[in-house]
Every structure is written in C-alpha cells, then in structure tokens.
Design a protein around this ligand. Structure first.
Ligand code: F6R
Length: 364
C-alpha cells in the first residue's frame, strides 16, 4: 500500500508531480492563456478576499495572498481559522471568503466558514477530500485532486493547494483585466511546467544531497528558515514540517525581519536554511545571508540551478530547478519537505504518525 516506499510521507512526496498534474489538468488553456475553473463565482462580485485556513493550508493561503494581490490587484487578508472565528471579523457581501483545507473537516476552518457566511460573504473552498463537511456548506468548491493524503504531515496537498491558488489568481486577473494576454500566457506556461519541475526536484542526485545535509545537521537543537516575498511562506512551511516530524525546534521568518529579533539566536550551532532562488529580491536575501554568516551561523542555501556565484555565501548548497518566481514556492518547498523527512528518519521518528498530532483536527 506504500507502493514500495518506507512511509506514506515519502510516497506522497514522490506523488507530487502526478498530484499537481491532476490539480492543473483541463483547467489551463495554452492557446488562449485562459483558465477554466468550472465554478459559478462571478469574479466581479466582490471587492476583497479573506483567506482562512490552519497549519500548512494557512501557509498555502499566504502564498495565495501574494499571488492574488500581485496578479489580480484585489486586497487579500489571510487568517488562521481559530483566530478568525472569534475576532468578530468585518465581513460583508463585498467579501469573498476562501477556505483552504485538505480534509475539509478541520473544525476551526469549518466554523470560520460559517462565521463568514453569517456575515454575508460569498464562499469558495480549495479542498482535497471529496464530499467533506466543508464542501456541503460552500458556495463553490475548487477541488485540488491531490488524491488521498495519509501521512500526518501534509506534502502533496500543500503543493496542490498552491497550484490551485495560482490558477485562481490567474483566473481573477484575466477576468479583471489586470494581466495582459502575454503575461497571462507566460504564467500559464510556468504553471504548466510545475509537474515536470517538481519531478526534477526529486531527481536521485538532489535527494541524496539533501539527505546528506539533513543527516549532518540532524542533532541540532534548533533550526531557522528564512525566505522573502512569495517564498516567505516557504520558510514558514519548512519550519513547521521540521517541527512536526523531527521534534527539532524550528522557526520560520521573512528574511528581512531577522534583524528585528531572531538574529540574536544565531551562533555556530544554528543551521539557517535560506530560500535564495532566482527572484527580484535575491540580492536583498543574500545580504540577509551575509548577516547570518557574519555571526557564525551555518548557512544552508537553496539556490537555483546554475547560480554558482552565490554559492560562496553558503556552508551547504542545495540546488533546485529554476522556475518562474511566481510558481517557485511549489518547486522550492520540495527540498524542505525532504530535508525534514531525512532529518526525522535519521532520528528514528515515526514520520507518518508524529506524536500528539492527528491527520484531521475535528476538535477545538
Ligand atoms: C501540517 C498539517 C496541519 C494541517 C492543518 C489543516 O503538515 O498537516 O498543519 O495542514 O491541520 O488541515 P486541513 O488542511 O485538513 O484543514
């Protein structure tokens, strides 16, 4: 049932190219640059978007915020569901509430959805599990079609959620005229390339390299993950994954925030993973890396293939396939999933069933 893999988590990491293909299939049209989501939602019927989710799905929402605001120029806020439902949120008919959930059963997200509906919001779900509780209450559901996810730590659902957010952003942008046909086509091609790029990210030589780095630092007490822009959530997700399955304390930060506090943590015993792939902000990220190095931190850099210039700033380099910045969170996170996986496996943890965690959280 684990298809020859030691764990469900590893199987699901390797299923990502297929899961992503299923998320994107039939929805993107190359010739016209159009996106067809098969939902009833009128893209001009709201003025603001509220994204609500928990855990890993919340991080997919943070990527979504970035994509929707950049591409479709609609104001977006993102909340963790447990906060949203109790903060008396300002909701109106002008609000589109988007809930993101793998299981479709998470009680906080379900209750937040009900709260948004009471306020008059139109609702859309980005959901994996067919026929789940949320889908019965949503106005529209955009299924991610990632297939069943059994490992407690979410992997393929995350990348498919981000894939779905990208399609949604493109769809909104085209409908609202904020993206030229040209730019739309470029992004559509970038989205189409995702299954192939994730497959490349899983090439044996890369995986071996990640495993070696994971094992080298597996006895660290803490870990720090940094990223910027659309990859700031990638850093948060990297830290969450490591905490969940290895029990190593990890923090994820937007790299620019480092000097406002976390820089005090840095010493020679602290591995700092920095997502420093091709981006408009790469130079700024590298200057954050130099700040870490100057204080003796061990720098593990995620660099785009071919970036030999920035390798000098690292103790360890993990090369990842080059991708369009807007789709890069999907490609980059794979290396971080594997880093957590091999760390936890090396420490003998029960990767599929980490202590204290359940696959779907149906109690408050
Ligand atoms: C992390 C993880 C959790 C879930 C969260 C939401 O690996 O699995 O953080 O992402 O409990 O679950 P869903 O998406 O089912 O609502």
């Amino acid at each position: 049932e684990k298809g020859g893999y030691d764990t469900y988590m590893l199987k699901e990491i390797y299923e990502q190219p297929v899961a992503l293909t299923n998320t994107l299939i039939g929805r993107l049209h190359d010739e016209t640059g159009e996106v067809n989501l098969d939902i009833d939602l009128d893209p001009s019927s709201f003025k603001r978007i509220s994204i609500i989710a928990c855990g890993t799905a919340y991080y997919a929402g943070l990527v979504g915020e970035y994509l929707i605001e950049q591409l479709a120029r609609i104001p977006v806020e993102v909340d963790v569901a447990s906060e949203y439902r109790y903060r008396d949120p300002l909701v109106s008919k002008d609000t589109l509430a988007i809930v993101i959930s793998q299981s479709g059963e998470t009680i906080d997200t379900l209750e937040a959805l009900r709260e948004a509906k009471r306020g008059g919001a139109r609702t859309l779900g980005i959901i994996n599990a067919k026929g789940s509780s949320m889908t019965r209450e949503l106005d529209d559901t955009l299924y991610i079609h990632a297939g069943p996810e059994i490992g407690v730590a979410s992997t393929k659902a995350y990348t498919s959620m981000v894939g779905a957010m990208l399609m949604l952003a493109l769809w909104l942008a085209r409908a609202r005229g904020t993206l030229t046909q040209e730019a739309g086509k470029e992004l559509l091609h970038a989205a189409r390339a995702l299954p192939r790029l994730v497959e490349e990210a899983l090439e044996p030589a890369r995986v071996e390299r990640i495993k070696a780095v994971a094992e080298k630092y597996a006895h660290s007490r803490d870990y720090l993950f940094l990223g910027r822009g659309v990859n700031a959530p990638t850093a948060l997700e990297g830290a969450l994954k490591l905490k969940e399955i290895s029990y190593i304390h990890a923090e994820g930060y937007a790299a620019g925030e480092m000097k406002h506090g976390p820089i005090a943590l840095i010493d020679a015993a602290l591995p700092v993973v920095v997502v420093a792939t091709e981006s408009r902000l790469l130079e700024k990220t590298i200057s954050n890396v130099q700040e870490v190095r100057a204080r003796g931190g061990q720098v593990i850099l995620l660099l785009s293939d071919g970036d030999t210039e920035n390798a000098q700033h690292a103790d360890e380099v993990l090369y990842v396939p080059r991708s369009h910045e807007m789709v890069s969170p999907v490609v980059n996170v794979v290396a971080l999933q594997l880093l957590s996986y091999f760390t936890a496996a090396h420490l003998g943890r029960d990767v599929d069933k980490p202590r204290n965690l359940a696959k779907s959280v149906t109690v408050e």
